[in-house]
Design a protein around this ligand. Structure first.
Ligand code: FRU
Length: 484
């Protein structure tokens, strides 16, 4: 076990802000050193949103899993991140893995998976509560509520997520059966202990060897099970990453222990770099934050050589319409808008258009397709480019990173239905683009590492005249971090 010196680590974090490196994102959460992954413990407590995430403070490998913490009232100003939970004992010596948080009697309680391996490499996964206090700036570890997986399931048993069901606390856990099928298990709180209710069955067959990071959400009449399957094959228009993050919408029955009448598995994001999202529900808003990264693809992130890796996505508000999740950036983020470009984003009857952007940009774009059947929206960084290409006949959007020199390349293709107008909202940070299409119908997260420190430019062109282009370019302010 590494020696975690909270004071020393917190001091080094504070020294790392504000970020200066060209690739460090300015309006996404990142750490100045080490590797972050899953958002954890998202919760609203004492007037602020608390955000934890998986973090290895000692390097850019998937080891030494601990939790970092920050909080915010408005998603624009954040408390300086700190180390909040780290391996200390036999249960969690090989990692404080992912988990959730909830308010309980005015306290901020967290629930996480303690990961440990014995000399023979056998894994144990124990679920344990703790309490985060502002005074300590850390989680005090408390009771273990589940000692290990029930019979018939392997030690791949992690990522507890608490939810209320008819006024009673329940939790879902990511799991694997002994015959290596991914699944979700459900527990219910009963008189201070946690009873195993069973596997939450679904209609999905042959759907991967492990399901990670489940969330169960209620959208009025419908329930949504969010999870991250591993081992599902790619198809023409979806599941193109090594692992996926998505959902099924239907009706959860805690009596039948089944997701009833659910639709197909849909991905929450079609970009290259999105995994392990967690959803916080506050005052009826479902707010999702994802990990902007991908496991087992470390070589695609050149910041590794600089000593830090990955970010969290913007907070996205989810709505369910006709069985489909729409996601749009939280409205609080509008406060980041500094000034609107004077250069009007408007053209009529043209097949090419260009504009300059800011270092940190929000771009709104409405393209009335007119005669055009293919439209390319390019972000140019000198001679490098990232392209979003719409094909109206095939009704597909292609994200093309082949024109970039560093980082992951390749393409991602997904179905997008734009009859007359193609709408996009892009958030362009120093090392990432988050894109929302057709008013949130689809989203995509893309990490980008331009070789030169260059302001991006926009170029749009089509095979025939587009009837109209309109939109706006906003310069965004970076996140602000307050010392604590
Ligand atoms: C998902 C995941 C979780 C696990 C955590 C460990 O990315 O593998 O299942 O708890 O990361 O960092």
């Amino acid at each position: 076990m590494e020696h975690f010196d909270k004071q020393e680590i917190d001091a080094r974090i504070a020294e790392g802000f504000p970020f200066l490196h060209r690739w460090h994102n300015r309006f996404h959460l990142e750490m100045p050193f080490g590797l972050i992954n899953d958002p954890n413990g998202l919760t609203y407590h004492n007037g602020a949103y608390h955000i934890f995430c998986q973090w290895n403070p000692f390097g850019c490998e998937h080891k030494n899993k601990s939790w970092a913490h920050t909080k915010t009232r408005d998603f624009c100003t954040y408390a300086m991140p700190q180390l909040a939970l780290w391996p200390t004992d036999l249960h969690d010596k090989d990692g404080c893995y992912s988990g959730c948080a909830a308010e309980e009697d005015g306290r901020l309680r967290v629930l996480y998976t303690c990961n440990a391996k014995d000399a023979a490499g056998r894994r144990s996964s124990v679920q344990r509560f703790g309490t985060y206090t502002k005074a300590a700036g850390a989680v005090k570890k408390e009771e273990i509520i589940i000692e290990g997986p029930p019979p018939g399931f392997t030690a791949r048993f992690r990522d507890p997520y608490l939810f209320d069901w008819c006024g009673v606390r329940h939790l879902v856990i990511g799991a694997q059966t002994e015959d290596e099928r991914g699944c979700v298990l459900v527990y219910r709180e009963e008189a201070g202990s946690w009873a195993f209710l069973g596997e939450l069955r679904t209609q999905l067959k042959d759907f991967g060897y492990m399901w990670e990071c489940p969330n169960l959400l209620s959208f009025g009449d419908y329930d949504v099970l969010v999870f991250c399957p591993q081992g599902v094959e790619a198809r023409a228009y979806d599941r193109q990453n090594i692992y996926q993050a998505g959902y099924i919408a239907g009706h959860a029955s805690m009596d039948a222990m089944e997701m009833l009448m659910h639709g197909r598995f849909k991905e929450l994001d079609h970009g290259f770099d999105f995994y392990a999202p967690q959803v916080l529900t506050h005052e009826g808003r479902h707010i999702l934050i994802g990990w902007m990264g991908m496991p087992d693809r470390e070589e695609e992130y050149p910041t590794r050589a600089e000593g830090w890796m990955h970010s969290l996505t913007l907070p996205r508000v989810l709505t369910l319409r006709q069985g489909h999740i729409f996601s749009e950036p939280a409205k609080e983020l509008r406060a980041l808008r500094r000034r609107e470009s004077e250069q009007a984003l408007a053209a009529e009857g043209e097949s090419a258009f260009s504009a300059t952007l800011y270092d940190l940009t929000e771009l709104l774009l409405d393209i009335t397709l007119g005669e055009a059947y293919t439209v390319s929206v390019e972000l140019l960084f000198g001679r490098e480019k990232f392209v979003l290409r719409y094909d109206r006949l095939a009704q597909t959007m292609t994200l093309d990173r082949t024109g970039m020199k560093l980082g992951g390349r390749g393409t991602r293709v997904f179905k997008l239905y734009a009859e007359q107008t193609l709408s996009m909202r892009l958030f362009i940070d120093r090392g990432a683009v988050e894109a929302f299409f057709q008013y949130g119908e689809e989203a995509a997260t893309i990490a980008l590492f331009p070789e030169k420190d260059i302001r991006p430019a926009l170029r749009i062109f089509s095979d025939a005249d587009m009837a109209q282009i309109s939109g706006a370019v906003w310069e965004l302010a970076p996140f602000h971090f307050e010392r604590r």
